[in-house]
Design a protein around this ligand. Structure first.
Ligand SMILES: [Zn+2]
Length: 405
């Protein structure tokens, strides 16, 4: 390789390898997981149907099915009608075999959800908690988690794991919360908390967790390419390509909140000026309200005033729409996804701005027309991040290797 640094070449070939692995089918997966996935999707199947669907021999199916029965994930549920000969036994997926806990860490505490293996919500709790340090936080989570499990008569051994959705840079593989903007959180190693919580821990960036949930459970369930915009106090983005989360080489892809939409705009926490976040985050809207009215006004009140056509409120919301449209136009021009999904707390007010927003994205757009993409509000609303967190342990159970490129 003349002129190519060996290290660079190594990195390049690794990326090429990952690209080849984009198809789920090509990811090496155990037969046991393939069978569990089949039953998870179809609920009930016979061994013969599994054998046919996966191209596995009956003895291989039988061996793995027996293990899954022993582990409690599936059970025999009667017999199917026979086309002749012995009636085949029907196997059934058991959604309540195990449970998952999702925790979305916010600036004012955390949201917690308990789901079964089909992501059906068994319990939720919103906890206001200002923690001084991570140890205090985890101890608090442990108490709340055990109280929730006790209330639903679930033993901790039946918990598959706890998934955390975190606002900041996350190294999922090494389970390190690297940086959280606007806080002094740096390099928090979540491995140390497993012993405290007595169950496996998974961590994920908040917008990525929301994108996972939207792709698996929400409005974009059938679509393979989507960009999820999580608009809260900050703006995070999750990118899903062909059903896989796109993470990028340094695992930081999707920082569209820090895409510059006006080089002369307000200063951003990242050190630049005029990032999308400085115009469309709920924090930015509250600041704009304070600048306009001289008093603290919530986002909820802003939209109430907008509805009453108060000039300042109209100006602030129109500015929000203008910059959100610029941001979405840039994303669409770069990625051309099937879906742009807007979630987070701003999505609760989507009815006030969605039609105008869509209009502006396609105004003077020589590349695309409105029917080319679907720009929509999250169907999971503010629950998408916490449900995405609860999906993390389940993803490992069903897919083994994470669905990431
Ligand atoms: Zn920024």
């Amino acid at each position: 390789m003349i002129g190519v640094n060996a290290k660079e070449y190594g990195e390049m070939s690794e990326d090429m390898f990952l690209l080849k692995d984009i198809d789920r089918e090509s990811i090496k997966m155990s037969n046991s997981k393939k069978i569990l996935q089949c039953l998870y999707q179809e609920n009930q199947l016979t061994k013969q149907e599994i054998s046919k669907a996966l191209g596995l021999s009956i003895p291989t199916v039988t061996h793995n099915v027996n293990t899954l029965i022993d582990e409690g994930y599936i059970a025999q549920a009667g017999v199917a009608t026979s086309t002749g000969g012995r009636k085949p036994a029907v196997l059934q997926f058991l959604p309540d075999a195990k449970y998952s806990i999702g925790i979305d860490v916010t600036s004012h505490g955390y949201d917690m959800v308990l789901t079964n293996l089909k992501s059906e919500i068994k319990a939720t709790k919103q906890v206001d908690f200002h923690y001084k340090n991570m140890n205090a936080f985890i101890t608090h989570v442990r108490e709340e988690m055990h109280a929730m499990l006790k209330e639903h008569a679930i033993a901790v051994e039946h918990v598959l794991g706890v998934g955390f959705s975190l606002r900041g840079t996350v190294n999922k593989e090494h389970r390190i919360f690297e940086v959280a903007p606007n806080t002094d959180i740096k390099s928090i190693d979540f491995n140390q908390y497993e012993a405290i919580l007595e169950t496996k821990i998974y961590i994920e960036n908040e917008a990525n967790a929301a994108a996972i949930a939207e792709n698996a459970l929400g409005i974009a369930k059938q679509m393979r390419n989507l960009v999820y915009l999580s608009i809260n106090e900050g703006v995070g983005t999750g990118i899903v390509i062909r059903g896989y989360l796109y993470r990028g080489k340094n695992h930081r892809a999707g920082e569209f909140g820090h895409m510059m939409v006006n080089p002369h705009g307000p200063s951003c926490t990242c050190g630049n000026k005029g990032c999308l976040e400085t115009y469309v985050s709920t924090k930015a809207l509250e600041k704009a309200c304070h600048d306009a009215y001289g008093i603290a006004i919530s986002v909820d009140e802003l939209f109430q005033r907008f509805q009453l056509k108060e000039p300042e409120a109209v100006r602030i919301v129109e500015q929000l729409i203008q910059y959100l449209a610029i941001g979405i136009k840039n994303i669409v021009n770069g990625l051309d996804p099937h879906y742009i999904v807007i979630g987070g707390s701003l999505s609760l007010y989507g009815d006030y701005f969605m039609s105008q927003l869509k209009e502006q994205v396609y105004n003077n757009n020589i590349f695309y027309k409105p029917s080319d993409h679907k720009i929509m509000l999250s169907s999971l609303k503010e629950k998408s991040s916490v449900l995405g967190a609860a999906l993390l342990p389940l993803q490992e159970l069903l897919y083994g290797s994470e669905k990431v490129i």
